[in-house]
Design a protein around this ligand. Sequence first.
Ligand code: CP
Length: 333
Amino acid sequence: MSIQRWDFQEQARELRGQRDLSTFDLVSIDDLSPEDIEIILDLAKIFKESKAEKLSLLKGISIINAFYENSTRTRSSFEFAGKHLGADTINISGAGSSVKKGETLLDTTETLAALQPQIIVIRSEFSGMPEFLARHVSASIVNAGDGWHEHPSQALLDLKTINDHHGSVKGKVVTIVGDVLHSRVFGSLARLLKKQGAILRVACPETFIPEKGVEVFGFEYFSDVEKALQGAEVVYALRVQEERGSKGYIPSMREYSKTFGISAKRLAMAHPNSILMHPGPVMRDTDVHSALVAIHDQSKILDQVENGMAVRAAILWMIGERKDGSVKAYKAL
Ligand code: CP
């Protein structure tokens, strides 16, 4: 028997009860308590099942997606998630906005906030920009990726993807391979995996290790990717971020691919029940060999994208509609 639209809404409402997130903004994984993470993942299950339906949980809520850096997955899934829950969503991009005329991001965001949306989802090349803006506007700010810093909704959808396959990440070996230095995905995922009790390994050229990375994120470093892959239950490849100057840290992309690229032979060195993940966009034959990208049995790259909509719907609902009726306090300039 198929579950009807009303049932999805009732299930979501019942599961949520009177709960609110412990934060008004989502700029870092560290904003979230263990209970926040649990409710987001539980709600995401319902929103994934209900994706063919239009719900009305965010009816009357306005969301602005302000993307000042390119995006395919994050932008489309935040928009889809808002629409799925019945919110009014509009999209702003850097190229089509007055940012191109020299307006500061603070002035632009205050201008957007004057339209009184409940949520502004922001992607910016500047690390720390969402946190700065969150202090100055009453709308809730959701970080959709800031510079080299964090991408919290990506980490949450990654956790859901791992849990869907392995049940839980606690005690599981997760090997992250690639340009962790320039990766905001790494910034959020490493924080979240540490909170969830995963065993984290990192394989990359030594030049890609963030200063104090081992201390802050608690990973074991490997210069030999094949050793890092032995027994790994999750193999997570990252893109070499040429647009952030990564090429200056390695001899050549060809050498990187040969030394660190994930091939079928290397994937076979991981645990037999391992999964392959990548946040996208994938640089085929550099970070991951083409044959593994979307169709390989162990590849969860498209599942990550699908989970993105569901997890982002959960985040938007929890942030956009507070049960306790409290209003965000912010510090005016
Ligand atoms: N993973 C990710 O952030 O992809 P997009 O840049 O396409 O949004």
